[in-house]
Design a protein around this ligand. Sequence first.
Ligand code: URA
Length: 433
Amino acid sequence: MRIVDIIEKKKNKEELTDAEIQYWIDGVTDDSIPDYQTSALLMAIVLNGMTSHETAKLAEAMMKSGDVMDLSDIEGVKSDKHSTGGVGDKTSIALGAIVSACGLKLAKMSGRGLGHTGGTLDKLESIEGFNVFLTEKEFKKQVRDIGLAIIGQTGELVPADKKLYALRDVTATVDSIPLIASSIMSKKLASGSDTILLDVKYGEGAFMHTIEDAKKLASAMISIGKKLGRDTRAMITDMNQPLGNTIGNALEVREAVETVKGEGPKDFTELVMVAGEIMLIQAGKANNKVDARKLLEEAISSGRAFDQLKKMVEYQGGNVAQIEDTSLLPQAKYKTEMKSKEAGYLDHIHSMNLGILSMKLGGGRERKEDKINYAVGLEMKVKKGDKVEKGDLLCTVYHDKELTDEWIESFYDTFTYTDKKVEPIPIVEEILE
Ligand code: URA
């Protein structure tokens, strides 16, 4: 087999065979295929696409390029969820506590934040002592004991994706549904869970800007999951404004704690509850949404969900006192109230801009090696559609350095107003199975 013939075939819009896809991914993994040929093939895929069969084969070959977590020695259904990333997304922390309190086993590997989106690991690390680097043995023991563990990647999962993603980043070949779907799903499949719930976000703060593209990506990922024997479902959710009220690591942990106790913001709570319903049904813990919702509500009102969160923090070496009293989490030196300079209905809240503003306070990374300030961030006081008067509070900013004029100007550019009433957008747009 020759890689040049495979490139030629894709250039001519032909379907690649399983063997050809395997040959390519083997060559990417052992570096026997040079980057320039892989780049050419990636571009041919961006331009000419892949069938659902090719996409699933690509995901499978990538999954097998490295270690694959074997969770079969843990009794029961193991569940996983994945978000395509957004601003203020602390879902895994709250959802994990609530669903595991309903008897579900969540064995989750999460990532770090880069650019305008945060990462679950960084958020958890704002809790003093919290260890995201468990060995496979410790990870499995924790899932067995308490049904919940959220850690960083263990072992060498999907090395082919690491290489392909680095190349895609510099060859304008990121935005291809088959390539994104196979990249995400290869990692989910290698994590070893039986069920996968995908939270595919759309909007200006998300990877997919339109609902249509989000649905296409979700369908491609569901198809891969199903072909490889995993119950995979997806929800399409709004990212045209930050999720919940807080952006920033310790602030988001606080909001996740509040949500687990039933005191969270409406939009975030709704997203967590819908995700929980789907996951409980996937794991066979409930037959329908109504029953699932009752179980989730009971887990919250009884305090069991909060106990689960504390148990996870304790197991992973974190300071539980900071969960019991969130005022003990890292606190910023300054608190500044940002007030509206205009009156009207809030037409648009530029979530990506808010993510960037939080990053600029030190709450996120511009480059991989940047250090994070866990205390800083934003606490929003308004949502899209709210009617505000001049002088009304828009947001409280938590910061350690003085806010620059440029930062303040950019903050005010985040909001647009209108005279007309604005209809709120549902947080969960659609569920795909
Ligand atoms: N996230 C991934 O993991 N892979 C992609 O290709 C895009 C987003």
